[in-house]
Design a protein around this ligand. Structure first.
Ligand SMILES: [Zn+2]
Ligand SMILES: [Zn+2]
Length: 243
């Protein structure tokens, strides 16, 4: 548990999260890599839930390491929420375009190991998925926990952060991570690399959009929770810049 009613799951490489919305049921925030479906039921059972307690899947963006289980869950009838600007990317991961080639980053131990893990976890053969509900900037999502959406383009066109105000947490997807792309060790909050971002300058500019987020606990797609609050996370990202 990372906060009351909020759990972090996944692997050392990729996070996905469960939020308990009380009597409304559970929301999944991000859906890991495709083969993470093998851990889904086990994780839910460990938390005292079952798959049928899930009410919604919310995707911070359309990359395959965040959409992996969403195809299967969508086919089981769960609404899958995603910003429309990432819909094509989620439907066809081959469309992904980054500012620089990821190849140039593979000699970094953590990035190379991450890519190997992603491939082994089905990144190249994702299940077909179609998001069914659009995330809308500034809107409250009708899903357990009722998060507020802020559109933060840059990492992808449709990247969003999701603030669950009652839980005091904000999911930042891949706008910020807390792991070094070089060593894989814990690191201060920073933007993803140019080998992962579509437009790093735009991602940097999107940090300004976090000014209104009040939650203190920052939960990234990759790396450990950041307890230092949003302003410090943003300051760290600006200081470190983009590699
Ligand atoms: Zn991403
Ligand atoms: Zn990611």
């Amino acid at each position: 548990m990372v906060a009351p009613g909020v759990w972090r799951a996944g692997t050392r490489w990729v996070n996905w999260y469960v939020v308990d919305g009380g009597s409304d049921g559970l929301t999944l925030v991000d859906a890991g890599l495709p083969r993470y479906t093998r851990q889904l039921d086990t994780v839910l059972a460990q938390l005292g839930y079952r798959r049928r307690d899930l009410r919604a899947v919310l995707l911070t963006h359309g990359h395959v390491d965040h959409t992996g289980m969403a195809g299967e869950l969508g086919r089981q009838g769960l609404p899958v929420h995603l910003h429309p600007a990432d819909r094509q990317l989620a439907d066809d991961p081959g469309r992904n375009r980054t500012e620089r080639s990821l190849l140039g980053y593979l000699f970094w131990p953590a990035t190379g190991a991450f890519v190997a893990h992603a491939v082994a976890s089905g990144a190249l053969a994702p299940a077909t998925m179609s998001a069914t509900v659009d995330l809308v900037d500034g809107a409250v999502v009708e899903a357990p926990g009722q998060p507020v959406v802020t559109h933060v383009p840059g990492h992808t066109e449709g990247s969003c952060v999701l603030e669950f105000r009652d839980h005091g947490v904000v999911f930042v997807g891949d706008l910020l991570c807390t792991v070094s792309p070089v060593t894989g060790r814990r690191a201060s909050p920073q933007l993803q690399t140019r080998g992962s971002n579509r437009d790093s300058a735009q991602a940097l500019a999107s940090l300004k959009r976090l000014d209104d987020v009040q939650a203190r606990l920052v939960l990234p797609g990759h790396g450990a929770p950041w307890t230092g609050g949003v302003p410090a996370a943003v300051a760290s990202a600006r200081r470190i810049g983009c590699r």
